[in-house]
Design a protein. Sequence first.
Length: 256
Amino acid sequence: MKLATWNVNSLNVRLPHVLDWIALEKPDVLCLQETKQEDSKFPYDALKEAGYNAIHSGQKTYNGVAILSPHLMEDVSTGIPGLNDEQKRLIAATIGDVRIVCAYIPNGQSVDSDKYQYKLGWLEALSAYLKDELARYPKLALLGDYNIAPEDRDVHDPAAWAGQVLVSEPEREAFRILSALGLHDSFRLFEQEDSSFSWWDYRMAAFRRNLGLRIDHILVSDALKNDCLRCWIDKSPRKLERPSDHTPVVLELTCA
């Protein structure tokens, strides 16, 4: 089974990239974030022609999450139960015996902003939701743009970023709380190259200079940990014309 996550930063712009990538990589699951389109605009037909079913929870201009799979998706849900939030940031489905949760965690803007407090509250609600989901679905994977670099090694210049949004201690603590539920950072289950990042700013030739952050993650439950074969960051889409500022993270598992 091959799982992948990719913040496409507008599916209207990046649909050709997505279609080419799924044709090449043939993932069993691809979670998308920042589709930035309403459900009525989502390219269900184009994806169906490519062999993929799709579920989507979107809104105009901002946010939006989707799960693509050639397999049947069941028990679909959107949003975090009990959280009064109009932003479209979470969608989940069961594929085979694996629960897939696709999340676009808020950016937070800056540590002194209301959006940062919204982010911390959203993460707290996510943890409570996942605790319940794990009780129902032992095999669970949480894929998405977390907007958190968990450790200094996930940041190109930790001193320059110290205390800022994406790397602040409360955000990292929220990531550790997710891990304490029994979720494992699949990328760190394997030896990886130094300076491995999934996001690079469009400015300052950041991608060419590898001035990035690792903020896109695939966390897997205890029941899936031993099935993990390898996890990697695919930089190739970031090299394309008009790319997203993020690139896919991919996990292979032994389970079908």
